[in-house]
Design a protein around this ligand. Structure first.
Ligand SMILES: Nc1nc2c(c(=O)[nH]1)N(C=O)[C@@H](CNc1ccc(C(=O)N[C@@H](CCC(=O)O)C(=O)O)cc1)CN2
Ligand SMILES: Nc1ncnc2c1ncn2[C@@H]1O[C@H](COP(=O)(O)OP(=O)(O)OP(=O)(O)O)[C@@H](O)[C@H]1O
Length: 199
């Protein structure tokens, strides 16, 4: 993009507005294309426990991907806003019949159930939402710092162990350069309907 916009707040507004312009047919095609591309990613064969999220605010619809991964017998987990540690996320097992509630942002999340929580270290892969990304793997989110706080201290590019990280987004969410802050956790992979960026 022609990047005169540098502030994170402005960039967030611009790209959120841009993805809100996608019509239902474009959204549908994007979600199908992403599910097809992502579910054939060879590295998935090593991943049994996968954190995803339910889409909000014109994010790429994750339902086709969730169904494709369930068909591959993967265990899917969703984020819950941590009930005690503000600004952090925890992850809970998600099945078609899991009871759900809406969180403070109106996003459905599983009803809290201790036995179904999974420690971060036992997840093989975390698929993160994002508002904007660049080709260096930098990620700008909704502005709550939830994923950055939850993943802090964990260097996605160098960590030998679990979990791996991958961002998913519409192609129109790519920008030339994200103004990076010290706490930002970069993504080693980003999947869009058109391509897979591996950093
Ligand atoms: N689908 C999805 N789920 C997610 C995230 C996400 O980015 N996408 N999150 C990623 O961290 C966490 C929630 N973070 C969020 C942060 C802000 C807003 C939001 O809509 N903010 C409104 C203001 C709402 C308010 O103040 O009550 C806005 O900016 O318009 C939504 C989710 C966990 N779950
Ligand atoms: N590791 C951290 N420790 C403490 N505060 C943090 C951390 N990471 C982010 N924050 C705080 O969270 C706020 C929002 O951060 P930022 O704008 O990077 O969120 P985001 O990446 O857009 O959101 P998200 O990660 O939820 O998708 C900032 O004020 C930042 O100071």
């Amino acid at each position: 993009m022609n990047n005169i916009v540098t502030s994170r707040t402005e960039l967030r507004q611009l790209i959120r507005h841009r993805r809100q312009q996608l019509n239902p047919s474009q959204q549908h095609q994007a979600a199908q294309a992403l599910a097809g591309r992502f579910s054939q990613w060879p590295e998935l064969s090593d991943c049994q426990h996968i954190a995803l999220y339910l889409s909000n605010d014109s994010e790429l619809d994750t339902w086709p991907l969730i169904h494709a991964l369930w068909q591959q017998q993967k265990n899917i987990y969703l984020p819950l806003l941590h009930p005690f540690t503000a600004g952090h996320l925890i992850f809970q097992h998600f099945l078609p019949n899991t009871p759900m509630r809406s969180n403070q942002f109106g996003i459905p999340e599983p009803d809290w159930s201790c036995p179904d929580l999974i420690p971060l270290s036992e997840l093989d892969l975390i698929v993160t939402p994002l508002v904007a990304f660049d080709e260096q793997g930098n990620r700008l989110g909704m502005g709550g710092g939830f994923y950055d706080r939850t993943l802090a201290g964990f260097s996605a590019r160098t960590a030998a162990g679990s979990p791996r990280l991958v961002g998913i987004a519409h192609d129109c969410q790519q920008v030339e350069r994200i103004p990076v802050e010290a706490w930002d956790v970069p993504l080693p992979a980003i999947c869009t309907p058109a391509r897979f960026f591996l950093l």
